[in-house]
Design a binder for this molecule. Structure first.
Ligand SMILES: NC(=O)c1ccc[n+]([C@@H]2O[C@H](COP(=O)([O-])OP(=O)(O)OC[C@H]3O[C@@H](n4cnc5c(N)ncnc54)[C@H](O)[C@@H]3O)[C@@H](O)[C@H]2O)c1
Length: 320
């Protein structure tokens, strides 16, 4: 793990009760920072934050300008992670617009007013659409194929505009398919890894959308958290956008196969029609920029990451 120092620093984590956010909360506390969680508990839950981790919790929305202004005024750093996810956003683009774009604007306006040390904004590799070359570098053109990618890119563009116009210290990270502990399969919006683990463990055939040959770059959550917090602290990160991924392409069918093997199950998947959100064929992101500039690179390969995720899943199901 990367050495990070938040000693005595107050960090506002919007979406801190969510999958990645709760992992960030724990890491900030481990690094002697004070974590303040803002979450409307839309998909998140405080159960995601492990027992014994100290944090302050405010239940509320990033769309609440007054609340955001008050909270941002009292902190040194902001990790802005609250967002409506791709499924909600596709069903209800207005809700996505208000949270993902409006919420980000609220954070940036408050950060500007209160001279925050840094805002890190969690964007998504979905802004690349179907890329022309792999692995995708940060200067690849963006192509928005879903309302979610529109709003994530708009958030990034606002970050860039605030940096250029007002010198607001911001950094954006573009996540590529994060998986790992706390990605709860009972959450209908969770990612494919936890859905497959739950289905296969229960001897149910997981659903593969389309032919299963679409690829993704799966990133273990601890690595993503490290990359995010380095981007929050490093002077060299200010004003930049970094991919956070592994550079490795894995087909959904191979993912299914690896999880089946790790669980020791022989099960056939069900192939179902692709959904409206399944319009990206291949993805693997280049991590050269973050590797050379911030000295970050993923530590956990897919096999090891899946193993750890399955261990977490087993411990959760055993304790319930
Ligand atoms: N998980 C991934 O693979 C992935 C990939 C790309 C980008 N991201 C980005 O990373 C961030 C975290 O994603 P995640 O996977 O942890 O999702 P998540 O749904 O688990 O977490 C999002 C959190 O934000 C909260 N939230 C939603 N709307 C809110 C609002 N209006 N006000 C306050 N809180 C609100 C939710 O309750 C939840 O706790 C998001 O910004 C997401 O767009 C995630």
């Amino acid at each position: 793990m990367t050495k990070l120092d938040f000693k005595g620093k107050r960090v506002l984590i919007t979406g801190g009760a969510g999958f990645v956010g709760s992992n960030v909360v724990e890491r900030v506390q481990q690094c002697d920072g004070v974590a303040i969680v803002l979450d409307d508990l839309f998909t998140g839950t405080l159960d995601n934050i492990s027992d014994g981790v100290k944090y302050e919790f405010v239940e509320g929305s990033v769309t609440d300008r007054k609340l955001i202004n008050k909270l941002v005024k009292e902190v040194d750093y902001v990790a802005h992670m609250a967002a409506r996810n791709i499924i909600i956003s596709t069903k209800n683009p207005r809700e996505d617009y208000e949270t993902n774009i409006g919420g980000t604007l609220n954070i940036l306006m408050a950060a500007r007013e209160h001279n925050i040390k840094r805002v890190v904004y969690t964007s998504s590799a979905s802004v690349y659409g179907n890329p022309r070359i792999l692995p995708i570098t940060e200067d690849e053109r963006t192509l928005t194929f879903s309302p979610y990618s529109v709003s994530k890119l708009a958030g990034e563009n606002y970050c860039h505009a605030f940096y250029e116009s007002f010198g607001t210290p911001v950094t954006a990270v573009r996540y590529s398919n994060i998986y790992g502990p706390k990605q709860d399969p009972s959450n209908p919006y969770c990612g494919v890894v936890s859905k497959f683990i739950e289905a296969i463990d229960n001897d149910l055939p997981p659903q593969l959308h389309g032919d299963g040959q679409q690829t993704r770059d799966f990133t273990y959550v601890d690595d993503a958290v490290d990359g995010t917090l380095l981007a929050l602290l490093s002077e060299k990160a200010e004003g930049s956008v970094f991919n956070v991924g592994t550079g490795v392409e894995t087909t959904i069918h191979d993912l299914f196969r690896m999880i089946s093997e790790l669980l020791g199950k022989e099960i056939k998947p069900t192939f179902v029609d692709r959904r409206d959100i399944d319009n990206i064929r291949r993805r693997a992101v280049s991590i050269e920029l973050i590797r050379t500039r911030l000295r970050w690179q993923p530590q956990i390969g897919i096999h090891q990451g899946l193993k750890r995720t399955i261990e977490w899943y087993k411990s959760e199901t055993d304790s319930n």
